[in-house]
Design a protein around this ligand. Structure first.
Ligand code: PEP
Ligand code: MN
Length: 255
């Protein structure tokens, strides 16, 4: 059974999904794959939804080619954002888990399209969506349902400005207590500050989350997007070691 299928069927596994905000080059992703050998779920944005139109928009189709090549050499499940239903067919060739970003939680045509592929969807909460609206939006992916939709809490917009977003840890506990969905915490976008990622990963485990989505870059200062919130592969290795210890208390297995 593949690691991904095994994870979806288990209730006690805590997944570390990590990788750069944006795929920038083959070398960039390869350096993460070689320094974090245990990483089996890799994220990297190929089609980016940037707030400013002049910012880096991702490698697009050139990025797909890089992932195809790396998959022949390394064993990992790939998570990347789909921003338009017209990308579905080509992305389907390399993607193991489709990510729907915050800005697209209400894009019901995109959500409907994903039913056809039968692959799991990492479904991010919109900045200002209530949990009820988020759960209602899941209704557009009836063929995936609770087994294949992974809800991702990535922080919401509040009156607070000291951090990029306010990670709504309540939503994680609420969803774990009231639904059967797997819940993933994204501390990178949740705080927007690299130094806060480690502590928030601990909080995610305590809240009962089923995993974390973390942005990691070999050289965060040079990142083409979200440079303030990306951690180095060494920091990621350290967080994995800490979570592996903490997981014993919660009877979870970090994968
Ligand atoms: C991302 O994960 O890179 C991303 C763009 O996240 P969000 O949709 O939460 O802003
Ligand atoms: Mn990002």
């Amino acid at each position: 059974m593949s690691k991904l299928k095994n994870y979806l069927e288990s209730e006690s596994k805590f997944a570390i999904i990590a990788g750069p905000c944006s795929l920038e080059s083959r070398e960039q992703l390869e350096s993460i794959l070689t320094s974090e050998e245990q990483l089996s779920f890799v994220r990297a944005g190929i089609f980016k939804m940037r707030t400013q139109a002049e910012s880096f928009q991702g490698l697009g189709n050139a990025g797909l080619k890089i992932i195809k090549e790396l998959k022949t050499k390394y064993d990992f499940s790939f998570v990347t954002e789909i921003t338009d239903p017209r990308q579905a067919e080509t992305l389907n060739e390399v993607v193991d888990v489709f990510q729907v970003g915050s800005r697209n939680m209400y894009n019901y045509d995109l959500l409907r399209e994903l039913n056809a592929y039968g692959k799991p969807v990492l479904f991010k909460r919109a900045f200002s969506a209530t949990v009820k609206e988020w759960l209602n939006a899941c209704g557009y992916m009836p063929d995936l349902g609770e087994e294949k939709i992974l809800l991702c809490e990535r922080g919401i917009r509040t009156f607070e400005t000291s951090t990029r977003n306010t990670l709504d840890i309540n939503s994680v506990i609420y969803l774990k207590q009231n639904t059967k969905f797997k819940v993933i915490v994204d501390p990178s976008h949740g705080a927007g500050i690299a130094a806060m990622v480690g502590p928030l990963c601990h909080v995610a485990m305590a809240a009962g989350a089923d995993g974390i989505l973390v942005e990691s870059h070999p050289n965060p200062a040079q990142a083409l997007s979200d440079k303030d919130q990306q951690i180095t592969p060494e920091e990621l290795t350290h967080i994995r070691a800490q979570l592996t210890e903490i997981a014993k208390f919660y009877h979870k297995e970090v994968i």
